[in-house]
Design a protein around this ligand. Structure first.
Ligand SMILES: *Cc1c(COP(=O)(O)O)cnc(C)c1O
Length: 393
């Protein structure tokens, strides 16, 4: 993939934008300031006239935040990136920038739940329509496109059901109809997947996952052309105000320095656990794009350089008591939402339902695993002992 002369990942993460730091500091300083002052009326006036290119007020630009953005843009092969307060802010700002009353969007059905909510409940208040598609075939997008379609929203793969979209084909279709494409690239990270190389217009991330990588911050990123990102800065970011804090930006930068070390370990751990589970008699199926048995394995190999630590599997049961027994027997995996940190996690799909609700058949025994950075044998051992605990199925 990396056949061009772009900066290497380590160059970006360890050096880009870091020359000439005050006092020859090695780690970039945190500019914990809300305002910036000017030597003259004229300079003050110039900053007010174009906030996107000046330091005026930290709700717009801040040097620590901008340094982090420069690295994120380079990682995503984008001209420009904007750091925002959270992953959902990244998605909603990017979506809002492309739609107005009367417009229509085609959206991948299993995308992040708050993005689904944003389309079904929030944007519908303003007369913005959407059609959900499964997204595994480009024809599903072609069929859903209407006269007033302005946006295609992707997430590849989706993060409970692991459905991929063919990025090149969808981007070509969208371009031919002047439709903007946005993709949530949180699962793949720029280390394994660069959607802009396939013609996707805007990439969004939850930095709360692998970019942060330590379960200690919330953040989001929007990356794309200079034109698109400047437009989002002026038309959504400044008026809505989901500001990233300079310290949050600094933490993301600090944690990004190990992205290329962490991701291969998440990948190796996930692949090994997925392979082990797939062969286990108490497991019905495993959903991990990097498993040769996965239904879209070829596409995954084509458009990604590897896989992250998140996958799901189904126990060979439809009884909630078996699922509860497995989950409660885990000694090492933490029961929690989210993912992308150093630690291994488990999230049963059923836990979102009340005990008196009927859980759909395809959800009841679906369990999501995040493979962290621990020693593989520890993780394998914990899953195996918990599978033993549920008895005969
Ligand atoms: C967590 C997540 C988000 C939302 O990000 P926040 O930082 O929690 O706001 C969006 N998309 C995906 C795929 C996620 O996993």
């Amino acid at each position: 993939m990396n056949t061009d002369n772009r900066a290497s990942t380590t160059e970006i993460l360890l050096h880009q934008g870091e020359r000439g730091l005050p006092f020859n500091a090695v780690s970039p300083p945190i500019f914990q300031t809300s305002i910036f002052c000017f030597d003259s009326y004229e300079e003050f006036q110039a900053a007010l006239a174009d906030e996107s290119t000046h330091f005026l007020y930290t709700r717009g630009n801040n040097p620590t935040v901008n340094l982090c953005e420069e690295k994120l843009a380079a990682l995503e092969h984008a001209e420009k990136a904007k750091l925002v307060g959270s992953g959902v802010a990244a998605s909603s700002l990017a979506i809002l920038s492309q739609l107005k009353t009367g417009d229509h969007a085609v959206v991948v059905k299993d995308c992040y739940s708050w993005v689904q909510y944003f389309f079904t409940t929030y944007l519908s208040r303003f007369g913005i329509e959407h059609t959900f598609v499964e997204g595994t075939e480009v024809s599903q997008f072609a069929e859903a496109i209407q006269e007033n379609t302005k946006l295609i929203y992707l997430e590849s793969p989706t993060t409970f059901t692991f459905k991929l979209q063919n990025l090149k084909q969808v981007a070509e279709l969208a371009r031919s109809k002047k439709i903007t494409t946005i993709i949530d690239n949180t699962w793949g990270t720029p280390f394994f997947q660069n959607p802009i190389d396939y013609g996707i217009d805007i990439v969004v991330h939850s930095a709360s996952k692998y970019l942060g990588g330590n379960s200690d911050l919330i953040g989001g990123v929007i990356a794309g052309s200079k034109k698109l990102i400047t437009h989002i800065f002026e038309s959504e970011f400044l008026p809505l105000g989901p500001v990233p804090d300079p310290f949050q930006a600094w933490l993301i930068m600090r944690n990004l320095r190990t992205l290329h070390i962490r991701m291969p370990v998440h990948y190796a751990n996930a692949l090994s656990l997925a392979t082990m589970l797939e062969a286990h008699p108490k497991v019905e199926s495993v959903l991990y794009p990097m498993l040769p048995s996965f239904s879209q394995y070829e596409l995954a190999q084509e458009q990604m350089r590897g896989g992250s630590g998140l996958f799901s599997f189904r126990l060979r049961t439809r009884k909630l008591k078996d699922v509860k027994a497995f989950i409660n027997a885990l000694k090492f995996f933490k029961r929690a939402v989210s993912w992308g940190g150093y630690e291994s996690l488990v999230f049963p799909a059923a836990v979102k339902f009340n005990d008196n609700e009927t859980i759909p058949d395809d959800r009841i025994s679906l369990i999501r695993i995040h493979a962290g950075l621990e020693e593989n044998a520890l993780l394998v051992g914990d899953l195996l002992q918990a599978l033993d605990c549920i008895g005969e199925l």
